[in-house]
Design a protein around this ligand. Structure first.
Ligand code: ADP
Length: 647
């Protein structure tokens, strides 16, 4: 009998499916090897223990009966179909099993046999038809589990990712439909495929990793066996364990990354394009986040701000721009607060306190938003318009000057023609009188002749001034300097002009000693005559005209003082410019071309001297000339000749 028992045990141990036998009181008295393995119990430890220890507490009783008794009572209804429940291993882990319960014998001799089948997580297995208990009570016993399995299957089948399982060989044992679609293959080809046959080193490394119990990621191209389709894929390899914690294979989760790669390539190309445009833009470009920190700036903006692009990153405008920062921050805050752009705001760096040379910048700030409308920061566009602005200003100045020149020329032409015509009428009248008298044989009045000559002289003077001015402009006014006694020269000029003084008193104050200068006497006479003529002309009420000559150090100083109309202070610096006439002299009351002082300054300065005026409107004027003295020892003072003279 003992031998028969041993033989029976050996048969049962050889069976693949786990089996547990218990007595009428549901105490285990035998379990085969497969059951030992499934439950991780040693046979001798479990023997004599209640069979309920093999199930979690929540399922070991049902409707007031033990699970085993309950299933025995439902045996006819189940017609031999297994029931799916969770069993519990000695270490507390739960495993899903299908079990059938049978019994033999009566009373104390009753023997109950539970045969089990472990449900692996192999996907295809889940596709096999499941036994569903028909009875409601049975349903409530296992419904959660069954629903869990169904859901699991649903998840796997409808996952947007391809999923496959492989064993340690490594042969694919199961896969979902999505994988079939991704790889453009068939389930028949994929299941049973040995991953080694793909001859992909990187993939094999991942498989090896997973079989060694570690997850691994693979990215590469899968060429379908038929060779028609190449799919870029990302595969996450993960190990699968059996109940004993031993790796029994792995699972691969496959993502078709062709769209992602395409999108990445498009994004990379787009980024490369933008980066090139950004970096090579001839204007400053930058992006500042909502906390007002520089995130990116191009070379041009870095240049404008005087810091390298790296020195901007993570800093706020105050840190980068120093005193100029607050004005920029104000602009950025405005954009962030209102969402409105600021366009082409002109900034003068000298006005906002930026260090370095003055620059004019045109800055625009635009809100940058995420597709969902969230504010990401501010895009900044800065253009250095200093040169453009200065050129514009220069152009405006030139234009203004040109307008001014045209006005001056027009004024000059009308004044010049008026001035030239003025002496002509009296001159021709005087000549007509003379002619008449001569015809009648009457004696000629010398006053008439003198007057005629004066008008002629006036015209000659005007024409000479015009010629001199154009010579000066062309750099062709020649000087013939020689040692000259200036005291005598002034005296001579004043004597010659005595006839013109009309109601004025002309005084001459000069040193006793000779005043020697090295000048062109003809030209110096011209200067002095001009000053004295002006003194007469612009002092219409008569009065004393005082001419003073003195020496001071190395200089001869001449002053011509009149009690006349004076010159507005703001116009005194312009007096010596060509055609300039002060605003308090109308051409009606005071004839003149505005050339005398221009010619005088040129002559004096080319003798190494200086000419200036002191005057107040209504108080009279004093014109001063300073010329280098010719001392016995010193060499001739420099006199610039026309070829050196540049206008
Ligand atoms: P013109 O006398 O022919 O106008 P000038 O070159 O000699 O030309 O003088 C330029 C201008 O300077 C005069 O138009 C006048 O406005 C002012 N000016 C010159 N001398 C005097 C002076 N003595 N008193 C007041 N204004 C003077």
């Amino acid at each position: 009998m003992a031998r028969a028992n041993e033989e029976l045990s050996a048969w049962l141990d050889a069976a693949v499916d786990p089996m547990v036998a218990c007595d009428a009181h549901e105490h285990v008295y035998f379990l085969n090897r497969a059951a030992e393995q499934l439950f991780a119990w040693k046979r001798e430890d479990l023997q004599g223990q209640p069979v309920s220890r093999l199930f979690p507490e929540r399922v070991s009783h049902h409707e007031g009966q033990s699970l085993v008794r309950y299933l025995l009572s439902r045996r006819d209804a189940l017609e031999g179909r297994p029931t799916r429940v969770f069993a519990q291993r000695s270490d507390g882990a739960e495993v899903l099993v299908e079990l059938t319960v049978g019994a033999s014998g009566q009373g104390d001799d009753e023997r109950i046999v539970i045969s089990l089948r472990r449900l692996h997580e192999v996907i295809d297995t889940l596709r096999e038809p499941l036994e569903h208990p028909r009875h409601e009570a049975e349903a409530s016993l296992v419904e959660t589990r069954v629903r869990g399995d169904d859901l699991y299957r649903l998840v796997v089948e409808n996952a947007p990712l391809g999923i496959f399982h492989y064993d340690t060989t490594p042969v694919v044992t199961a896969c979902n439909e999505r994988l079939v679609t991704i790889l453009g293959s068939t389930k028949r080809i994929i299941v049973g495929l040995n991953l080694l046959s793909l001859r992909d080193e990187a993939m094999m490394r991942c498989v090896r990793e997973s079989l060694a119990g570690r997850g691994a990621d693979y990215e590469g191209n899968y060429a379908s066996v038929t060779g028609h389709k190449v799919t870029p894929v990302h595969v996450r390899f993960a190990p699968c364990y059996n109940d004993s914690g031993v790796v029994e294979g792995g699972v691969g989760i496959v993502e078709d990354v062709s769209q992602r790669r395409l999108a990445e390539r498009e994004r990379d190309e787009g980024m490369a394009l933008l980066t090139t445009l950004f970096d090579s833009a001839p204007v400053g470009l930058g992006f500042i986040d909502t906390r007002l920190r520089y995130v990116r700036v191009n070379e041009r903006l870095a240049n404008i701000n005087g810091k390298s692009p790296e020195e901007h990153l993570g800093k706020d405008p105050h840190q980068v721009l120093g005193p100029g920062g607050p004005a920029v921050e104000l602009m950025l805050r405005h954009v962030l607060d209102t969402g409105e752009p600021v366009v082409e705001e002109e900034v003068d760096t000298s006005l906002i306190g930026s260090p370095g040379p003055r620059r004019l910048l045109a800055g625009s700030c635009y809100p940058v938003r995420a597709p969902d409308g969230r504010m990401l920061g501010v895009g900044v566009l800065v253009e250095d318009i200093t040169r453009r602005k200065l050129a514009e200003e220069e152009r405006e100045k030139l234009y203004h000057e040109a307008q001014q020149a045209i006005r001056v020329r027009d004024d000059f032409l009308s004044i010049a023609s008026h001035e030239l015509k003025t002496p002509l009428t009296p001159l021709s009248l005087r000549l007509a009188t003379l002619e008449r008298k001569l015809e009648r044989g009457e004696s000629v009045d010398p006053t008439t002749l003198r007057h005629a000559r004066q008008h002629l002289l006036r015209m000659t003077g005007l024409i000479n001034d015009l010629l001199d001015a154009s010579r000066i402009e062309a750099g062709r006014l020649a000087l013939h300097p020689q040692a000259t006694r200036m005291d005598s020269l002034v005296e001579h000029v004043l004597q010659a002009m005595d006839a013109q003084r009309a109601g004025h008193e002309l005084r001459y104050v000069h040193p006793e000693d000779a005043v020697q200068v090295f000048v062109d006497p003809y030209r110096l006479e011209q200067v002095i005559s001009n000053l004295v003529e002006n003194a007469f002309k612009y002092s219409p009420d008569g009065g004393v005209i005082q001419v003073t000559l003195e020496t001071h150090g190395e200089l001869a100083l001449l002053a011509v003082k009149d009690p006349g109309i004076g010159i507005p202070v703001d116009q005194q610096t312009q007096l010596f410019e060509r055609y300039f006439r002060a605003r308090n002299v109308s051409s009606r009351s005071y004839g003149g071309l505005g050339l005398g002082l221009y010619i005088s300054r040129d002559i004096v300065e080319r003798h190494g001297g200086r000419i200036w005026v002191e005057s107040q409107v209504g108080q009279g004027s004093t014109f001063h000339i300073a010329l280098p003295l010719l001392s016995g020892t010193s060499a001739h003072p420099p006199v610039s000749q026309p070829d050196q003279h540049v206008h």
